[in-house]
Design a binder for this molecule. Structure first.
Ligand code: SF4
Length: 668
């Protein structure tokens, strides 16, 4: 009997129209857990580095996390993995909502798409009845609109539908997959879905899943709920509002946007407006939000209500959460009313709410600097807001300059030339990042930006405070109930961290401490992504209900796998290394491990080199960032080192790279 997971994947060959149910190997679950872990294993085994993102041989994997569908609060993530058209590396983007538990109840852990459908189709998974259906009538429809039309057509109002909009159909490199109450947005996975000719996947499941030790499991769930209640009633003092509690930052409830609007950058991540947040702005923005926010909503089995339905007057309702509240507003140098209105179009088109505004602001900057001209932008309105609507329409349709911009700032800058590359300054590994430009190098964030393979900083950070508290007594109070730490030493790291002086950035936390901190944060995110847990209840907040001490118990009682902290850490390290290996095989090297240009004004090249050297060693990687033969052996990944040796990435005698290549081979 399989516990927590179903033990069955759905394999869909879109070229041949063939659907198979495939039993999975329980040994893989022990080694790689589920979700991201087993996705990485499948991509390693079946998608060699020669396969391009838009090749029929690329896979698009929708995976429910290992504990999705169990009563574990907040465990509802779908992990979508493929090869990204943007980075040419492995993409793994998560969505919350209701889709993953529904898939489990239908009897499957993953849906694996391969090949390409000659016509636009959608997949209808209704328990054990699975069909590929014609979607020609849905061509060009919005993502939310598509979901509704499919539910009506199937006469199944409870079907959960993940769909793409026009951007995905047109293979926009930052196209998202939208799913009613959530979306998987990063790294262009919606473009791969569109390329495969799949408009949507609708799921309805009415089955059950087995829990290994139900009484123990429910007791653990109860403890988590009690803790959530406690934390909601006792916000953490001394940190900004969005870090005080749990969940995804409560952007739909919070009206005070002083911190974001004065610290994050406006336009193409250039302009900081230090005195922006006045009483007048606050009043106007509060009114915009209250006028358009119809209600607060949660994902499956979660009390946190991080999202909201937004109904701009005269426009259909859509779902929003988190920082996308401000991304369009700030990129267009506009106001919240505009941000909430344009986001409705963007959601229907199905585009990433982080990248899209950045790409448009980049285009405006090129235009203002004469690199793009009126010939490139025929008929573009003169006002900023009008320009954003105009650009969005062209990008999702790939019309004119929109066709170039639809590839994201990195590729667009190369194609435009004439100095445009200097304006694509906010990328890591070819992908747009949060619009932040700061002063003093932060060594922890340096390592996270440089080495993170999630390629999204907000999904790497968490757990350890972002900044020291000014007074030691406050730090002492903070560490008192900090039981989530994997080791007591982290408390000391924090206690000794000062805002100024010897024990401050960039030389404190020390290099070794930075390695420990980044590794801990990263590990928790990777565990979440295998279990299907929302980062908002685990790896992202400072004092979450899920942590390294109770996770092994959840896995043992839920999935029936004998688990402890060491084994769990080793499993997370194994599939984290496998993600690295997939990318190394695709050309990722040390030269790609760097933060966005000008992210910090004050840089320290020697310290940065030492940070990277030490972290690589700490992770068991050689000087080029390639996992060594010995470290791969220790992780039961000998098949990876054999492949590396065969390809000349490692040599048999030494762990040295045989050639210099750059991340994700450049396009011809
Ligand atoms: S914490 Fe928020 S984002 Fe996470 S599952 Fe709950 S409602 Fe969804």
């Amino acid at each position: 009997m399989r516990y927590a997971e179903t033990g069955v994947n759905l394999e869909v060959d879109l070229t041949r129209g063939n659907i198979e149910r495939v039993q999975t190997n329980p040994r893989d679950t022990e080694l790689y857990l589920g979700g991201l872990g087993t996705n990485a294993k499948i991509l390693w085994d079946r998608v060699p580095p020669e396969v391009e993102p838009f090749s029929p041989d690329n896979l698009l994997i929708f995976s429910a996390g290992l504990l999705c569908g169990t009563p574990a609060t907040g465990c509802n993530r779908t992990i979508v993995s493929t090869i990204s058209p943007q980075t040419l590396l492995m993409a793994f983007s998560m969505m919350g909502g209701f889709w993953a538990p529904e898939l489990k109840y239908a009897g499957y852990d993953k849906v694996i798409l391969r090949g390409k459908s000659p016509e636009l189709v959608y997949l209808w998974i209704n328990n054990d009845k699975v069909e590929i259906r014609d979607a020609s009538h849905l061509q060009g429809k919005g993502a939310t609109e598509t979901a509704e039309l499919i539910r009506q057509e199937l006469k199944e109002p409870k079907a959960q539908v993940a769909a793409i909009g026009l951007a995905g159909e047109n293979r926009v490199y930052f196209a998202s997959i939208e799913q009613g109450r959530s979306s998987a947005s990063r790294l262009g996975i919606g473009a791969v879905m569109g390329d495969k000719g799949v408009k949507a996947i609708a799921v309805r499941g009415t089955g059950d899943i087995n829990i290994a030790q139900p009484t123990e499991f429910l007791e653990l769930c109860h403890e988590v709920l009690e803790y959530i209640k406690f934390r909601n009633e006792n916000p953490i003092p001394g940190v900004m509002t969005i870090l005080q509690g749990l969940g995804s930052p409560q952007e739909m409830q919070v009206h005070d946007e002083k911190w974001h609007t004065e610290n994050f950058m406006w336009g193409n991540s250039r302009v900081r407006r230090r005195d922006f947040w006045t009483e007048e702005v606050k009043k106007a923005w509060t009114q915009s939000m209250e006028n358009m926010r119809t209600r607060l909503i949660s994902c499956y089995n979660c009390p946190m209500k991080c999202g909201a339905t937004i109904s701009p007057p005269g426009q259909p309702t859509y779902m929003m959460k988190c920082f996308s509240k401000l991304t369009y507003t700030m990129a267009a140098m506009s106001d919240l009313d505009f941000g909430l209105r344009i986001a409705q179009h963007a959601t229907e088109y199905g585009v990433d709410g982080y990248s899209t505004p950045q790409v448009m602001a980049f285009a405006i900057e090129l235009y203002e600097n004469g690199i793009l001209t009126d010939d490139d932008m025929p008929g573009m309105p003169s006002d900023n807001e009008g320009r954003f609507y105009w650009l969005l329409d062209r990008i999702v349709r790939r019309e004119g300059i929109g066709d170039v911009l639809a590839n994201g700032t990195y590729w667009a800058a190369k194609e435009i030339g004439n100095g445009a590359e200097e304006y694509a300054h906010n990328n890591i590994k070819k992908h747009e990042q949060l619009p932040l430009k700061l002063s003093m190098l932060n060594p922890v964030y340096f390592l996270m930006y440089a080495t993170g393979e999630k390629i999204n900083i907000t999904q790497i950070e968490g757990q350890f405070p972002q900044a020291p508290y000014p007074k030691r007594e406050h730090r002492e109070a903070f560490v008192k109930d900090w039981f989530q730490v994997p080791d007591e030493k982290f408390k000391q790291y924090f206690l000794d961290w000062e805002p100024r002086g010897e024990n401050s950035n960039p030389y404190y936390p020390t290099v070794q401490m930075c390695c420990d901190i980044v590794d801990w944060q990263e590990k928790m995110h990777y565990i979440d992504d295998a279990l299907g847990m929302c980062a908002g209840l685990s790896s992202f907040p400072l004092k979450p209900p899920y942590h390294i001490h109770n996770y092994p118990k959840f896995i043992s009682a839920g999935a029936g796998i004998d688990m402890d902290e060491a084994k769990l850490s080793q499993a997370a390290k194994r599939y984290r290394t496998l993600v690295r290996a997939v990318n190394i095989r695709r050309g990722l090297r040390r030269k790609d491990d760097k933060p966005p240009e000008n992210h910090w004004k004050k840089r320290f090249p020697e310290l940065e080199k030492e940070l990277l050297d030490t972290y690589y060693k700490f992770k068991g990687w050689n000087n080029e960032g390639i996992p060594t033969k010995a470290s791969l052996h220790e992780l039961d990944l000998d098949y990876v080192s054999e492949d590396f040796i065969q390809r000349g990435i490692l040599t048999d005698s030494e762990d040295a790279p045989s050639e210099e290549i750059s991340a994700g081979k450049e396009r011809e």
